[in-house]
Design a binder for this molecule. Structure first.
Ligand code: AMP
Length: 279
């Protein structure tokens, strides 16, 4: 497995591999089985898999979150080696952004609801880094987790708006045995917080199984009550929205693809999750 820090080294490698299809898995490191599953999807579909590890400063709307983001490079490389990833690209911020960054994407509703509303500027930062990666790597396929469902929708829009031919693929959320969605930020949870955080997925699951008994407002209110009753948890938002438009579902008839989306603060750590609601 080749590990490179510069665009020049990466492009030299691509020149030696001319004609092969490239799959790309962008990450911010602190890798877990969710990330590895994306590498595996890429390997099934493409000749070469490139994984990037870059904690993108411009997608953090809180300095603390950026500073405290877990960094585990040594173990990340072991995971990627074991998963038979071909190349790992770990650029510096200077390598990624040698010039002043100024671009304002317009994603309309996609970036103004839920994560867009609660993390101003976040998706613009994501879009800028993804466009830059696409420019450097020009992948045939790029793989993203449905755990960050709204990000996946935004990235599909980035590919469309910027005219890259990269096909953006989504992959299912990988969970702990407790149901907790795997996340790099879970490394920052205490044991008690980790146990409490498993309620996020069990309460989302309750929503997905109770469409016939309750309307969306009732299910959202019940979720908030249950989550906030736990002293370790505080709901930031719970939304039921259409998976295609991300518009809120007021009545079940509004959508044939409703998804429950949430952000919950677990102590100092903000976690997100979502689940598709069964018809
Ligand atoms: P991150 O390192 O958190 O920026 O995530 C890198 C990629 O891994 C993104 O496409 C995420 O959606 C994806 N990812 C993160 N957690 C999971 C998970 N539990 N299951 C599947 N994919 C995930």
């Amino acid at each position: 497995m080749l590990v490179v820090n510069t665009i020049e080294e990466l492009q030299l490698f691509f020149e030696q591999q001319k004609g092969k299809s490239i799959g790309f898995v962008p990450t911010m490191g602190a890798l877990h089985k969710g990330h590895v599953s994306l590498v595996e999807f890429s390997q099934q579909k493409c000749d070469i898999t490139v994984c990037s590890i870059f904690v993108n400063p411009i997608q953090f709307n809180k300095q603390d979150d950026f500073t405290n983001y877990p960094k585990t490079l040594e173990s990340d490389l072991k995971h990627l080696e074991a998963a038979k990833c071909d190349v790992v690209f770990c650029p510096s911020a200077q390598e990624m952004y040698p010039n002043k960054i100024e671009k304002d994407f317009d994603f309309g509703i996609l970036s103004s609801v839920m994560e867009g509303e609660h993390r101003p500027g976040h998706f613009n930062g994501v879009a800028i880094v993804i466009e830059r990666f696409f420019e450097i790597i020009n992948p045939d396929f790029a793989f993203f987790g449905e755990k960050d469902f709204q990000q996946l929708a935004v990235v599909k829009e980035v590919a469309k708006q910027t005219g890259f031919n990269t096909k953006v693929m989504g992959a299912p959320t990988v969970r702990e045995a407790s149901g907790l969605a795997m996340s790099s930020r879970n490394l920052r949870l205490s044991e008690d917080e980790k146990i409490a955080a498993a309620n996020i997925s069990s309460e989302l699951k309750y929503i997905t199984l109770n469409k016939t008994a309750f309307n969306p407002q009732e299910l959202k209110a019940n979720y908030r009550d249950k989550i906030d009753a736990n002293p370790f948890l505080k709901t930031e938002y719970i939304e039921i929205a259409d998976g295609n438009t991300l518009l809120p579902v007021i009545n079940w008839e509004d959508s044939d693809y409703p998804i429950a989306f949430t952000a919950v603060n677990v102590g100092e750590v903000r976690l997100i999750d979502n689940m598709t609601i069964i018809n």
